[in-house]
Design a protein around this ligand. Structure first.
Ligand SMILES: [Zn+2]
Length: 140
């Protein structure tokens, strides 16, 4: 089936809001069974060791930022949760490196896209991704 080309305006950065070592399978299970989502929350997810995994083709829509997903590529690092209800930037060195490599590739495909964190979209009241992605990736 042919998919329509999307006009990507943003690359949204997330944390999974889980411990750093949470399995991708359990995250997908949560989206499907608890939240009832048909599509995954992110296009790309980066494990603590830096390995990246694609969960859905970029032509398709994922579920990262309510109201904006049609014009977004969603990217997440696994982590963000320190202890119960306490969120922080838990990115590992390898996750940071892997994220920059991935974002450079994405900017190559979507040069107009603005990279920003989930909380930097309007009317979002959460800490995700727990760091200032807009300024950190300003030069990419
Ligand atoms: Zn998020």
């Amino acid at each position: 089936m042919k998919t329509k080309v999307r006009n990507i305006k943003f690359i949204a950065i997330h944390c999974t809001g889980t411990p750093v070592n949470q399995s991708i399978e359990s995250i997908k299970e949560y989206w499907k069974k608890t939240l009832g989502w048909a599509a995954p929350g992110y296009h790309w997810i980066i494990k603590s060791g830096g390995e990246r995994v694609q969960l859905i083709p970029e032509e398709m829509i994922s579920n990262g930022v309510k109201g904006y997903n049609h014009e977004i590529i969603n990217v997440a690092y696994i982590g963000g949760l320190v202890t119960k209800d306490h969120y922080a930037d838990t990115r590992t060195y390898n996750q940071k490196l892997s994220m920059i490599i991935l974002l450079r590739e994405l900017k190559g495909r979507y040069p107009q896209a603005i990279i920003k964190g989930h909380y930097q979209f309007p009317d979002v009241h959460k800490a995700c991704p727990c760091f200032d992605a807009l300024s950190e990736y300003n030069d990419l």
